[in-house]
Structures are given as C-alpha cells and as structure tokens.
Design a protein around this ligand. Sequence first.
Ligand code: ZN
Length: 165
Amino acid sequence: MTKLALWPGGLMSFDRSRLPDPQSYYENQGLKLSKGKKWATTSCAFHGGSDSMRINLISGAFSCMAGCGAKGGDVMSYHRAINAWDFVTACKDLGCWIEDGKVSSKPPRPTPLSPRDALTLIGYESLLVAGFASSMGHNYRLTQSDQKRLLEACGRIQMIEGFYL
Ligand SMILES: [Zn+2]
C-alpha cells in the first residue's frame, strides 16, 4: 500500500491489490482483446487506431504502437489517462482508494492540502523527478519500481494542480 502520509484529515492510501484484473478491466472498457499468452492486441481508444494497442495481461501495462503516445504501467494509469482524471478520482472510481481504513468510492476530492503542505509535497516530488531525470542523463536505466515511483510523483503533482486550478 502506498501511504500518502502528508494528507491531512486521516490516512488515505492507494491499495494496489484492489485494482481489477487487467483482462476484465480492459474488456469492461469495451475493448476486444486478441490474446497471446502475456500480451494482447486491441484498438487504441486514445487515437482511434484499430489494432495498435498492446496490453500486458499480467501487469495491465499498455502501449500504443502507432506512436500516439498512449502508454502506461498499469490499469490505473490507463483509467486516469482515458478519463483525464487525477490520480485520486481514478483510484476511487476503481474502488482502490482507502480512507481511514475503508474503501472510499465517492468521487468528491479529499480535503485540499494547505498551500504550505502542497508546496512541500510538490517540492519533494519535483526533487525526486529531477533526481530520476539526472540519473537517466547519466545513462542509468530506471528499474520498474523507479518507474512506478516516477509515475506516482507525476500523479501527485497533477493531483495537487487539480486542487488549486
Ligand atoms: Zn494510439
């Protein structure tokens, strides 16, 4: 579980284990999956390509081979991108957002952070992103957990942006 410790008003977290199984998730999105063992091919709902989307049935990762830029590491990133939602809204919609020990499915946003907390969080996450960027500049290949953390950092920054726009 990823704990967002800086959140005021109770402990909130994303419970990855509650994410739907990739195959049923993508089928519920109305996609027809042509199946291999691990990878399925389907249409790209982002740019409308008929068979350019490759989906990893185990991790839920998706990537459009037609180069429209649609790409992500799991069902959660797909859900955010296709609906243009922030991280928390997408989590709630998928039933994997926990507030005070309970699954929270109501779409309203959590209490916004105080501007000071938001700046602290943005500062921290930006440093982290800059750190990754600098490592990549030195030909360091990000590990899978680095990549996840990076996506998470971007998600948090976006989420904060959502509070104040
Ligand atoms: Zn595409």
